[in-house]
Ligand binder design. Structure first.
Ligand code: AP5
Length: 214
């Protein structure tokens, strides 16, 4: 299965991705996670990305495209992958098309999680992540277990000013790729409002049962 998850910040892409990759046995490729790791490791790529991420701006296409295309060419992606947060601009979508065509493979679906802006700030500012397990919690909607609380991370771009900037970028730069995939007949819209389990059920209904990709 080769699938992309699109949606505003806090739409639940990472939360739902955890479920899909465990049931389909494919790698979860989050451009945000890759960039955060590069920042933590102080690589050249991380230095280019750090300031833009803290402001809530997009990292330049020339930095992100090479990073993700190289990742999906690795052997563990031969049976499929789940892309989360990439592509996010029209040039990124076009670069992905070129790479997939060169590899002789095609996308199966592009899932758009629809969540109104009015719910986003509370979801994102309340998020806490477990660096040891990768689990995503929310202080109100999905409280962490007491033994994990001390090690949880509050992302540096999960404060209100940066979330507002990220939402603005989403509407101006990422939403325009929705018609690009709609025109290809790949777009599946999923209502992202409701309990995470309800959203998972809607997601499964549009993706169909787990199967190996050719
Ligand atoms: P990235 O890490 O991709 O962040 P994002 O797209 O803004 O998405 P989030 O991780 O904030 O949200 P999510 O949809 O995964 O929600 P989650 O499941 O965690 O990107 C970060 C930055 O990196 C960008 O701003 C940019 O600078 C850079 N970047 C990354 N990719 C790039 C690219 N391709 N090009 C250029 N720059 C790039 O859920 C959020 C919270 O809500 C959690 O607390 C969760 O528990 C809770 N929650 C989830 N589902 C529900 C539900 N149904 N009900 C209630 N609460 C819920």
């Amino acid at each position: 299965m080769r699938t992309i998850l699109i949606g505003p910040p806090g739409a639940g892409k990472g939360t739902q991705a955890q479920y899909i990759v465990s049931t389909h046995g494919i790698p979860h490729i989050s451009s945000g996670d890759m960039l955060r790791e590069a920042v933590r490791n102080g690589t050249e790529l991380g230095k280019k990305a750090d300031a833009a991420m803290k402001r809530g701006d997009l990292v330049p296409d020339d930095v992100v495209i090479g990073m993700v295309i190289e990742r999906i060419q690795r052997p563990d992606c031969a049976r499929g992958f789940l892309l989360d947060g990439f592509p996010r601009t029209r040039p990124q979508a076009e670069a992905l098309d070129v790479a997939l065509a060169a590899a002789g493979v095609a996308l199966d679906a592009v899932v758009l999680f629809e969540v109104p802006d009015s719910l986003i700030v509370e979801r994102v500012t309340g998020r806490r992540s477990d660096p040891d397990t990768g689990a995503i919690y929310h202080l109100k909607f999905n409280p962490p277990p007491p033994d994990a609380v001390a090690r949880l991370v509050h992302r540096s771009d999960d404060f209100e000013a940066a979330v507002t900037a990220r939402l603005d970028k989403y509407h101006r730069e990422t939403a325009p790729i929705v018609p690009f995939y709609e025109a290809k007949g790949l777009l599946k819209r999923v209502d992202g409002v409701g309990a995470p389990d309800e959203v998972t059920a809607r997601l499964l209904a549009v993706l169909g049962p787990a199967r190996a990709a050719g």
